[in-house]
Write a protein that binds this ligand. Sequence first.
Ligand SMILES: Cc1ncc(COP(=O)(O)O)c(C=O)c1O
Length: 397
Amino acid sequence: MSAVPTVRCEAVVDLAAIRHNLRAVRGLVPARVRVMAVVKADGYGHGAVAVAEAAQHAGADMLGVATLGEALDLHRAGIGGRIACWLWVPADTDLAATVAAGVEIGISSREHLAAVRRVAALRPSSRGGGVAVHLKLDSGLGRNGVGPAEFSAFAAAVLEAQRAGEIRVVGVMSHLASADVPGDDSVGEQQRTFEAAVRELAQLGISADRHLANTAGTISHPELHHDMVRIGIGLYGFDPLGGAGPPAAPALRPAMTLRASVALTKRVPAGHGVSYGLTYRTGQETTLALIPLGYADGIPRAASGRAEVLVAGRRRRIAGRVAMDQFVVDCGDDPVAVGDEVLLFGPGGHGEPTATEWATACGTIDYEIVTRIGARVPRRWVGRQTDRTAQPAEGIG
Ligand SMILES: Cc1ncc(COP(=O)(O)O)c(C=O)c1O
């Protein structure tokens, strides 16, 4: 095993875990169902380009991101294959470049359709076939997408644009509100609304890949698999159902480990206050360890006094408030030294907390814990398929 680098902090991303998770989810769906790997928000904080490559290596059929900029970044990084994006502002100046890059565009309203038609009209006629688009329907989430009341007028405008050769409908999509809540009625209601829209399009002669399910929907509702599933959080190793899914739910492996090094230790007497507001006071003479990560690095301030880290082989709760750049751990009489490794969260195999435990401690979801790890935290990718020396857990523990 190679030496563990001593760094202020780093997020170690295990690409073998990403590949494992993609394959585990693929095993849940019939072979004809395509899998879109969702790598928006810099791959939920894991690094969009590295995750995209790993997911494609493991058989992802498509990549999905939210914004035009995210799609362009993948394209400019040399990521090939199909990429779709679905959250953009109709006047966005990146639209023409994104279309020119061959990115498939989610259309959520007649304004979005009009913007794509304007770009299509300016394209050289050699780029025949029209802009590949996914029609994004609001089947009940109440967020992005065309709602049922506007759907018929929208569908007529889509037909007109397709007949004019400006667009090519390659997908019909919607997003679920509560697939992570077992037995929630909204799932069936959204499915029915979605299918009604698909039927209406079929009557107009428009048929395309249908995709509705996120990770939770894919794991717990086989009837929602349709032609494609969109996998986000599962790719990164988290079960959105928290183990409450069907027994056949796949074993996922969290891919990110957040580690740091102790920057300073000090021996202090009983009653010593710690960090802003002095909300924590030592119970007896003790060793304090300073961990050089704070809310500027994405450590939630809500973790103050609540979340645990693994230091000197033992779990310790954060003492006092998380500050912008640092927090403190009360290590008692443990022999903790400057440079010692601190594991904030990871897969849990070394006794460290998971991001899911951090989420519970902070009153949020693991999505937010990993996605918000900041740009100041270097990412290090291990377990690349081509890297014969890298073991999945290299440098961790
Ligand atoms: C439209 C869309 N599809 C799929 C996903 C992936 O969802 P999950 O991470 O729950 O699998 C997201 C993420 O929020 C999304 O916005």
